[in-house]
Design a protein around this ligand. Structure first.
Ligand code: 5GP
Length: 198
């Protein structure tokens, strides 16, 4: 089956990571792109799983070598998508999902002929602020900077193919599953049950 690659975009703190880790745990057909970044790992983040953490020199090398499908500077760090991994997974017929900021989403939209953009929106501005603070991993200064960026990012919603309002994880995942085209397949466990009890 051929899946259209999906870009999930939305302001920092909206819960893209939570939605995507739930989605991937339930649907092994999905391949979530692992980005490279020059930002420092947060507590609990694993190199090669959450990001490839690299220094500026390595990131420069990857840009020069044409290794990145897209890249952007977000706050004071750089983030990019390794091109070869995405190409290979598309060839293998996996449902490719990329989690990007708005700048990255724009680049992918202009460089890939078939891509689906999904904007994950907070239920309200107040809720986004609460979630960003609740994460407790960033200083107040960083939270303020991310909120300022988020105001601009929210304007990108209108340019996306779909909008999902993130009220709670399960329903956001279900909506995303349908958009990606896995809705009729169902999670593997459910499939097995249906197979054994027709
Ligand atoms: P965080 O530091 O919170 O992990 O990510 C900051 C922002 O960078 C988030 O909006 C996230 O979606 C975005 N981001 C993560 N990986 C990439 C990437 O490879 N390219 C781009 N353009 N943005 C990314």
């Amino acid at each position: 089956m051929n899946f259209t690659p999906t870009v999930l975009v939305g302001p920092s703190g909206v819960g893209k990571g939570t939605v995507l880790s739930t989605l991937c745990a339930q649907y092994p057909q999905i391949w979530l792109s692992v980005s490279v970044t020059t930002r420092r790992p947060r507590r609990g983040e694993i190199n090669g799983q959450h990001y490839y953490f690299v220094d500026d020199a390595r990131f420069d090398q990857m840009i020069a070598g044409g290794d990145l499908l897209e890249w952007a500077t977000y706050q004071s760090a750089r983030y990019g998508t390794p091109r070869a991994d995405v190409d290979e997974k598309i060839r293998q017929g996996r449902a490719v999902v990329m989690e990007l900021d708005v700048q990255g989403a724009r680049q992918v939209m202009s460089r890939m002929s078939h891509v689906r953009t999904v904007f994950l929106a907070p239920p309200s501005w107040e809720e986004l602020e609460r979630r960003l603070r609740g994460r407790g991993t960033e200083s107040e200064q960083v939270v303020q900077r991310r909120l300022a960026t988020a105001r601009d990012e929210m304007e990108f919603m209108d340019q996306c193919d779909h909008v999902i309002v993130h009220h709670e994880v399960a329903s956001a995942v279900a909506e995303l599953v349908n958009l990606i085209g896995l809705g009729s397949v169902g999670p593997p466990d459910e499939r097995m049950e249906k197979d054994t009890h027709p």
